[in-house]
Ligand binder design. Structure first.
Ligand code: NAD
Ligand code: DAU
Length: 335
């Protein structure tokens, strides 16, 4: 397949591109290189003949249309987003602009270009809100986003479904649970805590740490996205999840063990405002209709991930210090 992939200099998009190139697909990446974009995440495939990178913003409809007309992708896989809940609580504007506006701009670009391009929206289990009744979310669960981030992703999903319905576009959605793995920006729980522990710093557990998340390795997510591109039906939503439901405090204790640190490194801090207590996802539709199941065991995946951060200290030190921004400034200038 020829794939136009947005946001692939980030965490999950880069996993998806590494996998797609390994499977023989041709990939054109469109990424604005915001604070979360890091070209080092794509180093492994940067010289692959079937890979090309364009620095650009998804809100630039003219650029998107030009890329669609010239590349004629079979699919546009839309990862690009503002992705961090805490940032959306501090300032929701970039979330509305990129996650909602950017998605609508891309949908229009696909329509205008008139190419036979399937649109796959990468969404999240957060659109369903908090599973306070302990029941896993199916695709029929009402949409009840709690945070500004989740509200922006929900709005984007509704635009995708509305465009699919109104303009008979070939478009579909995957909604995944919490990802972990290499190259995750160290503002998210697992890489922040792991790197803090390596640095001998405490880890800030929000509130009582009893909030539950369902963890999935990013490579399992990427395999799910490829299955949805291949077998998914237009207008449909597919939940993806790892089936690894753990409270934050349990993850924290596993990370302490894997990094050889003690309980004194835990610091309970003020809770996140509006903090969702639980995300539980039912991915049986994806298993049934796409033939997809997660493959990475959480125990092995987490141990490998911690080992990756141990072995790739230069990567996260450059991110934490901000030096990673020079890496692409040298290649693209300070545009
Ligand atoms: P990330 O923050 O690591 O990466 C986001 C990427 O998007 C960056 O490379 C950034 O430069 C790019 N980007 C941001 N705004 C842009 C714009 N206006 N134009 C072009 N590029 C832009 O994100 P991630 O954690 O890899 O998440 C990727 C996608 O998956 C997001 O849509 C997110 O909502 C979704 N998702 C994430 C998780 C998770 O656990 N991280 C789970 C489910 C779904
Ligand atoms: O569920 C999918 C979502 O998972 C994605 O859509 C988001 O893009 C992604 O960021 C993630 O959202 P979360 O808010 O669940 O992830 P985060 O890593 O920020 O936090 C995980 C849990 O850990 C959450 O309950 C908040 C808590 N936490 C987080 C941080 C950063 C802490 O206790 N301390 C922290 O310092």
């Amino acid at each position: 397949m020829k794939l136009l992939v947005t946001g692939a200099a980030g965490f999950i998009g880069s996993s998806f591109v590494r996998l797609s190139i390994a499977q023989g697909h041709e990939v054109l990446v469109l990424d604005a290189l915001t604070y979360a974009g890091n070209l080092a995440n794509l180093d492994a495939i940067k010289d692959a003949p079937r890979y090309r990178f364009v620095k650009g913003d998804i809100r630039d409809g003219k650029l998107a249309e030009e890329l669609l007309r010239s590349f004629k992708p079979d699919a546009l896989v839309h990862f690009a987003a503002e992705s961090h809940v805490d940032r959306s609580i501090m300032d929701a504007s970039p979330f509305v602009s990129t996650n909602v506006g950017g998605t609508q701009v891309l949908l229009d670009a696909v329509r205008r270009a008139g190419t036979q391009t399937r649109f796959l929206q990468i969404s999240t289990d957060e659109v369903y809100g908090s599973a306070d009744d302990g029941k896993p979310f199916t695709e029929q669960h009402p949409l009840k986003p709690s945070s500004p981030y989740a509200a922006s992703k929900t709005s984007a999903d509704l635009f995708v479904l509305a465009y699919q319905h109104t303009f008979a576009m070939d478009a579909l959605i995957t909604r995944c649970s919490n990802n972990y793995g290499p190259y995750q920006f160290p503002e998210k729980l697992i890489p922040l805590f792991t790197t803090n522990l390596f640095e001998g710093r405490k880890v800030p557990v929000y509130g009582d740490g009893m909030q539950i998340r369902d963890w999935i390795h990013c490579d399992d997510h990427s395999r799910g996205v490829l299955s949805a591109l291949d077998k998914g039906k237009s207008g449909q939503v597919y939940n993806l999840g790892g089936g690894n439901r753990l409270a934050n405090i349990e993850i924290t204790r596993l990370l302490l063990k894997l990094t050889g640190r003690g309980e004194e490194f835990i610091e309970h801090v003020k809770d996140r405002p509006g903090h969702d207590r639980a995300y539980l996802i039912d991915h049986s539709k994806a298993t049934r209709e796409l033939g997809w199941t997660p493959q990475v065991s959480f125990e092995q995946g987490l141990a490998d991930t911690v080992a990756w951060y141990r072995d790739n200290r230069a990567w996260w030190e450059a991110v934490k210090s901000g030096a990673y921004r020079d890496y692409y400034a040298k290649q693209y200038g300070n545009r």
